[in-house]
Design a protein around this ligand. Structure first.
Ligand code: ADP
Ligand code: MG
Length: 614
């Protein structure tokens, strides 16, 4: 699972059955303070009652009868026990039906918070690494079921410990030799169970990758984005074929491990039902009949309880194995939480100043992990506040990669990016990224209200609403949005809200662009979000960006040239390099690559084939 490479290295943490389980217990405690205590308390009381009803009550009755205690006396004792049981049952019902569900919610919320907090700071690079996804999915799975399973194991642990001690004591007083027989499974099945747990764990790990792919395919089947392709193309068949392959994979895994599991189980039962049970009975008969060292009644008690003690012992060792299994799963959760982002605040001392003015990029190189060729080569760039910069170039020339480095999503191979003369790693990541208002090529809208989609923040006040409406004005969406059922508070999907709005591709893009106007970020990055707009609408959006974002820096990326004319400076990129720099007029006069690119587009446009990309 832990493949080579730095990332995997960073995530490997020492796992140990005891520390992992304590780690989990500590988190359950933090999430729901009284849970563990109540859990143990309830279990102990339950175990005491079990012992009373299984063993002690008979002693009361039999001893009482032999000692001539009298009918009413015995009845009073039994009645008291029943009364205690009635009170306890009420308490346990409250615990299980009222307390536990609430506590479970608190625990799951707490763990989820841990995971999503971590997700937020995970390096973007991780998203390209399958082992990262596996780790994430494993961590999420742990949140779902592990706490329940863990607490259940704890219950059984306490319960069995009590049962073993109390019943063993009874057997021991009859003859210690019986106890030795009852203890055999403790040693043997511990090892069998351990191997069993390992096999089960290996099985889970192997199915994980398949599950991820299966979840992906299922998502495609019901998600709206793919609905049209699904109907017009043959992709559904491809999906079904993949689905079949995945199922086949599952079967192979189950078949491979199934035989081994069956074998372990068989050994287990042989040991419990044949060795211990027969051994106990034979010894009891021998002692009662041949040596006469044990009374017949004692032999009967042994014959009756040795199996239950053995089963308790057996499940006790099972429980230890369960804890070991928990430890393995908790280990993967801990690994995930222990991930140290490579982009961090280790060297940070500064927050960007209100009036920060200059972003410089010097001799920047960047290569995606696993790629041979660098995506960016020797990039130099100056971006002054108030300037409108265009980055142009064909697809794959490195434009998006460049802005991702500027926003510090990736760490450069070499070269530097600086804000006001200080390297960006000297700024706190969070504060630094806050300076950027962005609309990316693959922008996302959320199934929340228009307002929340615009402002992308919590705690929205009246001033925020006013800004949001103004922003919609600038992208000419205001009338459209205000005509909706609940105006700007309308949800953006029908998924949760019947009256939710469904916007066209162009409207969604304009909404995404409105985010720039609603915020106050000094640097705006606009990475080809306008491809779904007609050229006139695109031009208008750009005009508005330029007019209304006076005093801010605007970096816009496009493969369409109509908007480049408006830029103060154009960086024309090809193959990861800045090929030419200058204003539109200067670059045309240069008659180089940019001019050729321009000519080609003008020609294509005239021929009616505008927008060959995206
Ligand atoms: P542009 O935005 O100019 O179209 P990109 O910056 O997206 O180009 O991509 C530049 C190059 O880097 C392309 O060759 C692309 O295949 C590669 N690339 C982009 N993203 C990744 C990634 N996550 N992993 C590996 N290679 C990538
Ligand atoms: Mg791009």
């Amino acid at each position: 699972m832990e493949s080579s490479g730095e990332r995997a290295e960073a995530r490997r943490v020492k796992t140990n059955a005891i520390t992992n389980n304590i780690f989990w217990m500590r988190h359950i405690f933090c999430a729901s303070k009284a849970r563990i205590f109540l859990n143990i308390l309830m279990t102990i009381i339950q175990a005491v009652f079990n012992f009373i009803f299984d063993v002690y009550i008979f002693l009361i009755v039999l001893d009482g009868w032999q000692n001539g205690d009298g009918f009413w006396n015995i009845c009073r004792k039994v009645g008291l026990i029943c009364l205690a049981q009635i009170v306890f049952l009420a308490a346990r019902n409250w615990y299980e039906s009222c307390y536990v569900p609430q506590s479970n919610l608190r625990i799951s919320q707490y763990m989820r918070k841990l995971v999503s907090g971590k997700m937020k700071e995970i390096d973007l690079l991780c998203y390209d690494a399958p082992e990262f996804y596996d780790g994430y999915i494993r961590a999420m799975n742990e949140v779902e079921g592990r706490s329940d399973a863990f607490l259940a194991s704890m219950n059984s642990f306490v319960n069995n410990l009590f049962a073993i001690f109390s019943t063993s004591f009874v057997i021991f007083t009859i003859d210690p030799a019986f106890l030795a027989i009852a203890l055999i499974p403790l040693f043997v099945s511990f090892f069998i169970g351990k191997a069993q747990g390992k096999t089960r764990f290996a099985c889970r790990m192997e199915t994980q990758a398949n599950e991820r792919e299966e979840a992906y395919i299922r998502r495609i089947f019901y998600s709206k984005e793919y609905a049209e392709e699904m109907r017009t193309t043959g992709i559904a068949r491809v999906l079904i074929r993949h689905f079949g392959d995945i199922m086949e994979g599952f079967q192979r895994i189950v078949r491979k491990h199934g035989i081994r599991m069956a074998f372990y189980e068989y050994l287990d039962y042989m040991l419990m039902d044949v060795v211990v049970y027969l051994g106990g009975i034979v010894l009891a008969i021998y002692k009662a009949v041949v040596t006469r060292t044990v009374a017949v009644s004692g032999a009967l008690v042994v014959a009756n309880t040795i199996s239950s003690v053995s089963w308790s012992i057996r499940s006790f060792s099972d429980i230890l194995v369960e804890f070991q299994e928990h430890a393995m799963y908790i280990g993967t959760f801990m690994e995930f939480l222990a991930y140290e982002p490579r982009i961090n605040d280790d060297r940070a001392r500064l927050s960007p100043q209100e009036g920060s003015r200059l972003l410089t990029v010097r001799n920047l190189f960047y290569t995606y992990p696993g790629n041979a060729a660098p995506a960016l080569k020797d990039i130099c760039m100056d971006i002054q506040r108030g300037q409108k910069i265009a980055i142009l170039g064909p697809n794959g020339s490195g434009k998006s990669t460049l802005v991702k480095l500027i926003m510090r999503y990736y760490e450069p191979d070499s070269g530097a990016i600086a804000l006001d003369g200080r390297e960006i790693c000297e700024y706190f990541v969070r504060d630094y990224r806050r300076m950027f208002g962005t609309v990316f090529q693959d922008y996302r809208l959320f199934a929340f209200s228009v307002l929340e989609n615009l402002l992308l923040k919590d705690h929205i006040d009246g001033e925020d609403r006013r800004r949001a409406l103004h922003a919609l004005d600038l992208t000419e969406l205001r009338d459209r949005i205000e005509a909706l059922e609940s105006g700007i508070d309308t949800g953006l999907s029908k998924e949760f809200d019947e009256d939710g709005a469904v916007l066209s591709g162009g409207e969604m893009q304009r909404l995404a662009v409105s985010r720039l106007f609603a915020g106050e970020c000094p640097y705006l990055i606009v990475d080809e979000p306008t491809s779904a707009l007609d050229p006139l609408a695109e031009y208008k959006v750009f005009r508005n960006i330029l007019d209304y974002c006076e005093g801010r820096a605007v970096i816009f990326i496009s493969h369409r040239l109509s908007s480049a004319v408006l830029a103060d400076r154009i960086y024309y990129m090809e193959d990861g390099e800045v090929a030419e720099v200058g204003t539109h007029d200067a670059l045309l006069a240069l008659n180089g690559k940019y001019a050729a690119f321009w000519d080609k587009q003008v020609r294509l446009y005239k021929e009616g084939g505008h927008d060959e990309e995206h």
